[in-house]
Design a protein around this ligand. Structure first.
Ligand code: SF4
Length: 283
């Protein structure tokens, strides 16, 4: 049996745990007519379980029956959704993580103070999409070539990050943005990467060096899980994604003496426990 090295930060993060507690309470109290705007968290199995308990995932607010409940996800929702929910007389339950709300407030305040907002993050991620509706001038930097396309006519820029961005990449991009144009007169930089994300990224680097095989538990749809996977793989090419108890754990850990285990922020504790049991029980 291999030695299992567990990350300290594993299972749900505080933001997801809080969101799930509120969602579960809402499902218990209201029973029917409960929708979420997109998935409340990025984990396929958890969403499936919530759907089995009557939660309906809506892509749009249009057409939802008046009086029904709309849950805003942990990664936040665009302001236009809040407005249409009010217009459609929906009851809102907001489970946006406080770290995401803080990021939204920073974005609003930069906009109010006349700064262009530069977000370092994934263009298609709902958290980033919600931010782009908050400020008048927003630029999203996902890849290095995006920096070249920046328009510095304003000369006042505020740089923020998606909460689950890669920390090293954020600081690297900040430095490249600042070097890219001498017209910039005033800069405000906010490291809005959440503490849980930063801790998991440090842990994955340490674990990847200490073990023969590193398993990252989480969904392929979860941005923070994918980042842990990429960081781990750069150090240890035997880093694998475990999406469910059906993933081929035995094949991944074959002949490994030490196995490291970490998870994305939306991987449930029960799945972590099942995977540990599988490894210890010889699978
Ligand atoms: S990863 Fe961070 S920002 Fe996202 S829900 Fe968890 S604590 Fe909040």
């Amino acid at each position: 049996m291999p030695i299992v090295k567990l990350a300290k930060n594993i299972g749900f993060c505080a933001g997801v745990r809080r969101a799930m507690t509120i969602v579960e309470k809402t499902l218990e109290q209201r029973k029917t007519g409960i929708y979420s705007f997109g998935p409340v968290i990025h984990n396929t199995q958890v969403i499936k379980d919530l759907q089995d308990r009557n939660l309906m995932v809506a892509r749009s607010v249009k057409g939802l029956p008046a009086g029904s409940t709309l849950i805003l996800p942990s990664h936040g929702a665009p302001e236009r959704i809040l407005k249409s929910a009010a217009a459609n007389r929906l009851k809102l339950v907001d489970v946006t993580c406080p770290n995401v709300s803080n990021l939204q407030n920073i974005c609003k305040s930069l906009d109010k103070s006349g700064f262009d907002v530069i977000i370092i993050g994934d263009k298609a991620h709902p958290e980033v999409k919600a931010l782009t509706g908050i400020a008048k001038k927003v630029h999203v930097i996902e890849k290095e070539p995006d920096i070249k396309k920046l328009d510095f006519s304003n000369k006042k820029i505020g740089i923020i990050s998606q909460t689950t961005q890669n920390k090293d990449r954020f600081f690297d991009f900040v430095s490249k943005i600042l070097k890219s144009n001498s017209l910039i007169k005033e800069v405000r930089i906010f490291n809005t990467i959440c503490l849980d994300t930063a801790r998991r990224q440090e842990e994955v680097k340490r674990l990847a060096k200490e073990v023969d095989v590193l398993l990252v538990i989480g969904s392929k749809f979860s941005a923070n899980t994918k980042r842990l996977l990429n960081i781990g793989r750069k150090i240890n090419n035997k880093t694998f994604l475990i999406e469910s108890e059906l993933s081929p754990v035995s094949r991944f850990i074959h002949k490994a003496g030490r196995v490291g285990l970490i998870s994305g922020a939306s991987a449930p504790d029960w799945l972590v426990k099942k995977i540990i049991k599988k490894i210890k029980g010889g699978v």
